[in-house]
Design a protein around this ligand. Structure first.
Ligand SMILES: Nc1nc2c(c(=O)[nH]1)N[C@H]1C(S)=C(S)[C@@H](COP(=O)(O)OP(=O)(O)OC[C@H]3O[C@@H](n4cnc5c(=O)[nH]c(N)nc54)[C@H](O)[C@@H]3O)O[C@H]1N2
Ligand SMILES: Nc1nc2c(c(=O)[nH]1)N[C@H]1C(S)=C(S)[C@@H](COP(=O)(O)OP(=O)(O)OC[C@H]3O[C@@H](n4cnc5c(=O)[nH]c(N)nc54)[C@H](O)[C@@H]3O)O[C@H]1N2
Ligand code: SF4
Ligand SMILES: [Mo]
Length: 747
């Protein structure tokens, strides 16, 4: 019996419609059964009428009440009483907390200016209001440093824009119509599970599914074929595929002539990329590349799903820019179920959020922008490090000069994020967070790794407890979230916390007194683009979710109409040239391939480095859910997956503790030996809370602040590590590894 039918017929219960707030393409609509007598939520399930949710939630959110009512939920404001970072707090009243925080911020602004205050937030909730509504207004009014929100998708996002013009593509439901599906750098069954039903429907009608991934993920295991690839080398594979397609005349000359620019330049470039050149770089045999190119060009409709895993590398932007050329070359866009999807966020690009964010409150000021991937550098007292943290997304953007890097950050306000666990170069982040002269405020549901460093820790409500609107990035339905239950304890929505802070700071603009429902109604009313024609407050209230007013089926580029400067798919991009890039697809190797020319295959010497990736764990969502016992049991313990060919020469056997380290730091993980992985690559599912890990650290000890090639994006998976049994077999071996780490740090 479905959960809905279990609760529907009980007249004593209320059923409230909402939407999952998590950073996940699926943005499921949900229904919550509430007992009005007690005010408690009894259960929740996927909305049966939503065309993508189709009545089911993922395993994490299906058990959401275990997180909502978890004993660890923060229920009162807390003030630090122990040493910095100790996580020792005492309860205080909201009035005292807000009053003292405002006084501290006023003092810092008076002494160092408002740029000494840094907001740090990401997508703990994707609800537009709680993600960055009242908070954006607050920091605009203050003139605080701005934050470039680069930690997830910026490299690939910008690469996609150069080729296509916007992150639009195949509508998720239309994968049903494909005859060939390439899942390329995406573990669909973990990170985008609602796509799977459409993939399976296509396969039941004869479609073939191929997964291209360094790991034989649960998705790759269920595919018709797994093509293992070295991390960060997908651009070379795409260049070689295009080589074969053009050399063999398999491209769609009509589509190319009408709807693309730069074919001649592309043909010239890929002539330099025979499969024999890409094979040693990617680890994919030349014959397999040829065959894949032919199958891709000859099978229509052909659908590609890329995800952000392929762009967390030094060359991630160019790789996505290159792969995005494929469907125009073969004319795949002409057909329903043909094309590519990275994200659907661009279908919402006309959403005007000025009424929500109020950028006008900056009143002509233009505060510096800090790259969130460089939080460690940003919190440093060294101006050279702080200068590196200034946002410079393109080669033409000059990095800040050290002397320009002032003032140091004196106050950090964290919401919707857990940087002590998720940000790269954890040692640097923790050193910054541990500064005695840094005033830190954290808004949270739980006492996370980051919360341990707070001077004030403020309890926030969850999606079950507040209003919001979610703009999805995996489908076209905007959704309204109604609160189902009252806030737990004294917790407050982010919006209300910033509303109270604004009042205490003396901010008088009427926008700081608007209530949440008014703000959301105003946001909806402000939309003038025809895509939002069907989306009204009333339709959202009545249905819970409303699709953008786009034709169905929606084939965005069947007749060109690319939102690029030329209006065409840009094989040649003037804009890239102006931004300092090669205007034609090319290969940007991953960092590991730049410092080490031969692939780290086989690992015949224990001192050889391995490439380390740390993609999403199935039962966590980044570091969210990693404190809930059910999901900890599902993920067992912080693991390092390693191929037997790499384990044997290092004396590593299944189940032993290993030390994984490089020039940034080290972490202890449990070895899990598996052949479901490209030799030379190790994989640590992320992101565990550091304090729940054996040595109080997690995998971001070994990740880098180094930006990817575009958008100052993150390089989480472009890192090399040395792996040794713990304790190391003998100390000479450890010394050799430390020496190797030093030499890489210099290189
Ligand atoms: N359960 C769960 N769901 C999630 C998340 C989570 O943590 N857990 N995270 C959410 C977030 S924040 C995001 S951004 C989205 C998307 O999140 P993504 O990080 O894009 O997640 P995946 O789809 O798992 O894609 C990563 C896949 O790419 C592979 N990979 C890594 N490097 C390379 C490479 O260089 N080339 C190729 N071809 N493959 C590579 C990994 O092995 C993995 O299978 O998912 C969201 N959904
Ligand atoms: N090694 C490694 N590191 C990674 C990744 C990886 O693949 N490997 N993935 C990266 C990616 S793709 C991303 S997107 C980032 C994500 O990094 P984060 O955005 O930091 O995501 P989470 O770890 O889920 O932490 C979100 C926090 O927000 C809190 N939260 C949720 N809702 C609310 C709310 O309404 N109010 C307040 N105040 N708090 C709320 C949650 O309790 C949670 O602690 O991590 C990145 N880090
Ligand atoms: S995390 Fe993703 S799949 Fe799970 S309920 Fe939320 S939107 Fe749906
Ligand atoms: Mo992400």
């Amino acid at each position: 019996m479905s959960k809905l039918s279990k609760y529907r017929d009980d007249p004593a219960l209320q059923i409230i419609t909402g939407v999952c707030p998590h950073d996940c393409p699926d943005s499921c609509s949900w229904q919550v059964a509430v007992d009005p007598a007690t005010g408690r939520a009894l259960d929740l399930w996927g909305h049966p009428d939503h065309p993508v949710t189709q009545g089911a939630l993922c395993t994490k959110v299906d058990n959401y009440l275990e997180r909502t009512y978890h004993a660890g939920r923060l229920t009162t404001p807390l003030k630090r009483v122990g040493p910095k970072g100790s996580g020792q707090f005492a309860p205080v009243s909201w009035d005292d907390a807000i009053g003292d925080i405002a006084a501290r911020l006023q003092a810092i602004i008076a002494e160092h200016g408002p740029e000494a205050v840094l907001p740090y937030s990401y997508a703990g909730t994707m609800g537009l209001l709680q993600y960055n509504g009242m908070s954006a207004r607050f920091f605009h009014q203050m003139g605080a440093s701005r934050l470039a929100r680069t930690i997830c998708s910026e490299a690939g996002f910008n690469g996609f824009l150069y080729t296509i013009g916007a992150t639009e593509g195949i509508e998720t439901q239309d994968y049903t119509h494909a005859k060939l599906i390439l899942i390329w750098g995406s573990n669909t069954l973990t990170s985008n599970v609602h796509l799977w039903q459409f993939v399976q429907a296509a396969r039941s009608q004869g479609a073939t599914l191929i997964a291209i991934d360094p790991a034989q993920t649960r998705t790759a295991r269920l595919a018709d074929e797994w093509i293992p690839i070295h991390p960060g080398t997908d651009g070379a594979l795409a260049l070689a595929i295009m080589h074969v397609i053009i050399a063999e005349g398999l491209h769609d000359a009509g589509y190319v002539a009408r709807y693309t620019v730069g074919f001649e330049a592309l043909a010239q470039r890929v002539a330099e990329w025979p499969p024999e050149r890409a094979a040693p770089l990617t680890g994919v045999p030349a014959a397999r590349i040829r065959d894949l190119a032919r199958t891709y060009a000859r099978t229509q409709p052909a659908a590609i799903r890329i995800n952000y895993g392929i762009q967390r590398h030094a060359g991630g932007g160019m790789a996505v820019r290159t792969i995005a050329c494929l469907p125009a070359l073969t004319g795949a866009w002409r057909q329903r179920g043909g094309g590519i999807q990275l994200s659907a966020s661009g279908t919402f690009r006309h959403l005007n959020q000025d009424s929500l964010h109020r950028p006008d409150l900056l009143a002509g000021r233009s505060p510096r922008t800090i790259n969130m991937n460089r939080l460690g550098d940003a919190l440093s007292r060294d101006p050279a490090a702080l200068g590196r943290a200034y946002y410079h997304p393109r080669p033409v953007d000059a990095p800040a000069r050290p002397k320009a890097a002032t003032p140091p950050v004196h106050a950090l306000i964290v919401y919707n994020s857990n940087p002590a666990a998720v940000a790269p170069d954890q040692a640097a982040v923790r050193q910054g967070l541990g500064r005695e002269d840094l005033f830190t405020v954290v808004l949270e549901h739980f006492q996370t790794d980051t919360a341990d460093y707070a001077d004030y820790l403020l309890p926030a409500t969850t999606q079950l407890e507040h209003w919001d609107i979610v703009k999805p990035y995996g489908h076209l339905h905007l959704a309204l979230n109604r609160p189902a239950i009252a806030p737990l304890g004294q917790s407050l929505p982010n919006s209300e916390i910033f509303r109270r802070l604004a009042a205490a700071m003396g901010y008088t603009d009427p926008c700081f007194r608007q209530d949440d429902v008014t703000i959301l109604q105003e946001l909806i009313a402000a939309q003038t683009h025809p895509r939002f024609a069907d989306i009204t407050w009333e339709s959202l209230l009545a249905q819970g979710f409303v699709r953008l007013a786009l034709p169905q089926p929606y084939l965005p580029f069947a007749q060109g109409n690319f939102p690029t400067p030329s209006g065409k798919c840009e094989f040649y991009s003037e804009r890239m040239a102006a931004d300092g890039y090669d205007p034609v697809p090319t290969y940007h190797p991953p960092h590991w391939q730049r410092v080490q020319t031969s692939p780290p295959m086989g690992g015949d010497r224990a001192a050889d480095a391995l490439v380390c990736i740390s993609p999403p764990a199935h039962a966590f969502l980044n570091s969210t859910f990693a404190n809930v016992e059910r999901f900890q049991r599902r993920e067992q313990t912080p693991l390092l997956r390693i191929h037997p060919d790499d384990a044997a020469p290092r004396g590593i056997v299944d189940g032993i503790a290993v030390r994984v380290g490089n020039e940034h730091g080290s972490v202890v993980l449990t070895a899990q030996i598996t052949t479901q992985l490209m030799p030379g690559t190790v994989l640590a599912p992320g992101v565990w809370w550091a304090k729940a890990s054996p040595d109080g650290r997690n995998i971001n000890q070994i990740t880098t602040q180094q930006e990817a090639d575009m958008g100052a994006g993150a390089g989480f998976y472009d890192t090399q590590v040395w792996v040794t049994p713990l304790p190391a077999a003998d100390s000479t071996e450890n010394a050799a590894i430390d020496a190797a780490a030093q030499s890489l740090a210099v290189a």
